[in-house]
Every structure is written in C-alpha cells, then in structure tokens.
Design a protein around this ligand. Structure first.
Ligand code: IMP
Ligand code: MG
Length: 183
C-alpha cells in the first residue's frame, strides 16, 4: 500500500520505501562483518518485525537461520503497558548460539530489555538486538541495541510492519498516524 492510498490518515512521512531499503542495506553490511565467522540465529519479533526480517534476511550475504517469537506489550492502543507476555516461543534451542533479535521499533525499550534478558538465561553465546527504528524514550532504559537503523521523533508511526489496531502494516513506508484516527 502506498502513502497516497491512506493520505488522510497520515500527517507526515518518516521514511520512504527507498530510504528503508538503504537503511536495511547498511544494517546488513554491519551484521555481515560481525557474524562472518559464525552464523547468527535471527529472532524476529512477531508481528511487527516481519517486513524488516524479510528484507534484512534477503540482504544478508552470509549464512543465517531464522526463528520467531510473539510477545505482547501494547494491546490495541498506542501506549506501552509495561507488561510483556510470551504468546509464541522459539522452536530453536539457543544454547551456545549467537542470537540477533530483529525488531521493528524500540520505544520505551521495555519489550526488548525483557526479551534480551529472557533469551540470555537460555545459555546463548550472545544476544544482540537490531531495531529498524528507535524513539527518544529508548535512551531511558538500559537496553544495549547494537544495530539501529534510524532515530525517529517521539510520535506514533505506522507502516512497514508497524500497525495501529492491526491496520497499516502493509504500508510500504513509515509515516506518522494522524491523531484523528485514534482519538
Ligand atoms: P516498547 O516496549 O515500548 O519499546 O515497544 C515496543 C513495541 O511497541 C514495538 O515492537 C511495536 O510493536 C510497538 N510500538 C512502539 N512504538 C510504536 C509506534 O510508533 N507505532 C506502532 N507500534 C509501536
Ligand atoms: Mg512489535
């Protein structure tokens, strides 16, 4: 879906499809350099990270594996609840593995700091994080995000996997959602 298809629901474009492509390529080059010697297990966080994972994985020119987790932190609203629940766990035993969590966005950081700690208790050799987008509040939480695609303003955004009440995930770029949609 294009920005123009939902123009009235958006106030500002944050990243175009082309810009995202460039960001993903930069992330991939850094990840390739760091994981050349031992293939990472990419852990995508459903459902928001589906687009990042699909594009990042295909851009990577080293062996990788993929697995998925589903956690809930937001429900249908626009504010983090602080409560993280595992809805779908990994199928892979990560003992001794180099794990790279792939996320769409880090906002409060609650979801990722919890997830990183959880995976670290399973005996992984390392648990790093790659997030396409980062909001300013992420700085308040102690979560070490090794790879960040882009820093964005503290506004509720949709597109490229990011939803509002399950809508807009299939938008090709990322844009700020107009307040009239959720107020
Ligand atoms: P955190 O725990 O506050 O860092 O939130 C992480 C999760 O909240 C992300 O994986 C997204 O699913 C969701 N989220 C945070 N900010 C936004 C946004 O601006 N739009 C859509 N979803 C968001
Ligand atoms: Mg998410």
């Amino acid at each position: 879906m294009e920005f123009s298809d939902v123009e009235q629901d958006l106030t500002e474009i944050v990243l175009t499809e082309d810009q995202i492509k460039g960001i993903i390529a930069d992330l991939a080059r850094r990840i390739e350099a760091d994981y050349a010697d031992s293939p990472p297990l990419l852990v995508g966080v459903l459902r928001g990270a589906v687009m990042v994972m699909a594009d990042l994985a295909r851009e990577l020119r080293i062996p990788i594996e993929m697995d998925w987790m589903a956690v809930s932190s937001y429900g249908a609203g626009t504010q983090s609840s602080g409560v993280v629940r595992i809805l779908k766990d990994l199928d892979t035993d990560i003992a001794g593995r180099r794990v790279l969590i792939v996320e769409d966005i880090i906002d409060s950081g609650l979801t990722l700091s919890w997830l990183q700690a959880n995976l670290a208790t399973r005996g992984a050799e390392s648990v790093e994080i790659c997030a396409l987008l980062r909001k300013p509040d992420a700085a308040k939480v102690e979560v070490d995000v090794r790879y960040v695609g882009a820093d964005i303003p503290n506004k509720f955004v949709v597109g490229y996997g990011l939803d509002y009440a399950e809508a807009y995930r299939h938008l090709k770029g990322v844009a700020v959602l107009a307040p009239h949609v959720y107020s």
